[in-house]
Design a protein around this ligand. Structure first.
Ligand SMILES: Nc1nc2c(ncn2[C@@H]2O[C@H](COP(=O)(O)OP(=O)(O)OP(=O)(O)O)[C@@H](O)[C@H]2O)c(=O)[nH]1
Ligand SMILES: [Mg+2]
Length: 425
């Protein structure tokens, strides 16, 4: 795979549409984010240009004059790729390429490219390929041989890493084929999920803006080895692991794909199945990067995606991560505020601070497999049952009487059911 030698982001500032309620990224912030995205895709950014204009030019988005200027600037820094922080219509993309004589990529294609690089499982790869094919289809018209570059994004990752077919009919056929394969993969996943759901175990889903630290948190809570990385969209495939709460109840924690502002629509639908984990979760942990200047904007975007997934009304805990990067005093006052009963927990996944509180809060919010106080008298020879209680219940007192153990414990219902015959009083 070859990384683009140089890229030059370019942005047109859209006029505000007059909807005030959600905090919005301004053009500079948006361009800074595009830069991070470009770097996550392996590009080296050699320059950026911001244009303010009242109305977009329907044929070239930014106007032919401006494009000539950019073509000159790009030539002088030997940029071989132009990135637009706006989605381009298929004809705009073609018109721009004709003027600048360089490859032109829009924000959606860039994100598709990153997804293609990061998909690890078969399902993830198929989902990205489907999104790429759907993105390409309307862009075929008027393309000739250079079409083989179109799907490649920054690198040369075309759909499924295969040489791109130029023929529309072949692409349709490929889409059908990918859809069928996805169907198979999903059937297997649904079966696995059914098996999981037969046990009374709650699922807790981590969601949040890309790079908020979901995978890092997932790893410290589950001691798993999921990739965490400064690159955006490091996680594409949902990962599920068990976590034991302070009450000794088990829950399943699920790490998911990060969200981003204006997540390309093709990707939202492609990843809908993956995000089913979020829709099925009993509790959602919304992870934010507390150190980001843009965390309010990012939170607003997460809110939009949760609404799209119809998961906005689920019980939710807000986890402000990366407090180690905050000023000590600020961090302390935030943590003190949160202790007064807000729905927010402050943690540092990297330093491990706040994790006990986090687990305790999860424990308090989970309703599955409720915990109750039991008094038990268990014959000492029932080693298995005693071991079960040691592992899955919180034992407060323990006395030995006539070959039996008398216990007082808090145990989840699933355990109580198995020790019912020894309950006393
Ligand atoms: N300082 C600091 N850095 C953190 C913390 N948690 C995560 N990071 C860093 O933030 C970056 C992103 O972390 P990830 O865990 O990959 O983030 P993510 O939310 O899973 O990202 P995507 O999978 O891309 O959506 C990595 O470089 C982590 O090392 C934290 O508590 N403190
Ligand atoms: Mg991740």
């Amino acid at each position: 795979m070859q990384a683009a030698k140089a890229a030059s982001p370019k942005s047109v500032v859209p006029k505000s549409n007059g909807k005030p309620s959600i905090p919005e990224f301004d053009a500079e912030e948006s361009l800074a984010e595009l830069r991070t995205l470009a770097e996550s895709a392996g590009a080296k950014v050699v320059g950026s240009i911001l244009q303010h204009r009242d109305r977009v030019d329907p044929t070239t988005l930014i106007g032919a004059g401006k494009l000539e200027e950019i073509a000159g600037a790009a030539a002088s820094v030997h940029a071989d790729l132009l990135l637009f922080d706006r989605d381009l219509s298929p004809s705009q993309q073609r018109n721009i390429e004709k003027i600048v004589h360089r490859r032109v990529i829009d924000r959606t294609q860039l994100i598709l490219d990153i997804f293609a690089r990061h998909a690890r499982t078969r399902e993830g790869q198929l989902q990205v390929e489907l999104a790429q094919l759907q993105y390409m289809l309307p862009r075929l018209a008027g393309r000739g041989v250079e079409m083989s570059q179109l799907g490649g994004g920054i690198g040369t990752r075309g759909p499924g890493e295969t040489q791109l077919e130029t023929d529309r009919r072949k692409i349709y056929r490929r889409i059908r084929h990918v859809e069928e394969q996805l169907e198979n993969v999903r059937r297997i996943r649904a079966q696995q999920r059914q098996r999981r759901e037969s046990a009374p175990v709650a699922t807790v889903a981590l969601v949040g803006y890309t790079n908020a630290g979901k995978s890092t948190l997932f790893n410290v809570l589950t001691r798993a080895g999921v990739l965490s990385s400064p690159k955006m969209f490091a996680t594409l495939d949902p990962t599920i692991r068990g976590v034991t709460l302070p009450s000794k109840r088990k829950v399943l924690l699920s790490d998911t794909v990060g969200f981003i502002r204006n997540l390309p629509h093709t990707l939202v639908s492609a990843f809908r199945a993956t995000l089913e984990e979020v829709q099925r979760a009993s509790l959602i942990l919304h992870v934010s990067d507390a150190s980001s200047r843009l965390s309010a904007e990012q939170d607003a975007q997460v809110e939009i995606v949760l609404r799209e997934l119809e998961a906005e009304k689920k019980p939710r805990l807000h986890v402000m991560n990366k407090v180690d990067l905050l000023d000590e005093e600020v961090a302390q006052s935030l943590i003190a505020d949160a202790a007064r009963g807000s729905n927010t927990v402050y943690v540092s996944a990297v330093e491990g601070t706040g994790l006990e509180q986090l687990l305790a809060r999860i424990d308090a919010m989970i309703e599955e497999d409720p915990v109750s106080r039991v008094h038990l008298r268990i014959p000492q020879k029932e080693g298995k049952i005693l071991a079960l209680l040691e592992a899955r219940a919180r034992i407060y007192s323990r006395q030995y009487q006539d070959g039996a153990v008398v216990l007082e414990a808090d145990a989840p219902e699933s355990v109580v059911r198995r020790v019912r015959e020894w309950i006393v009083g």
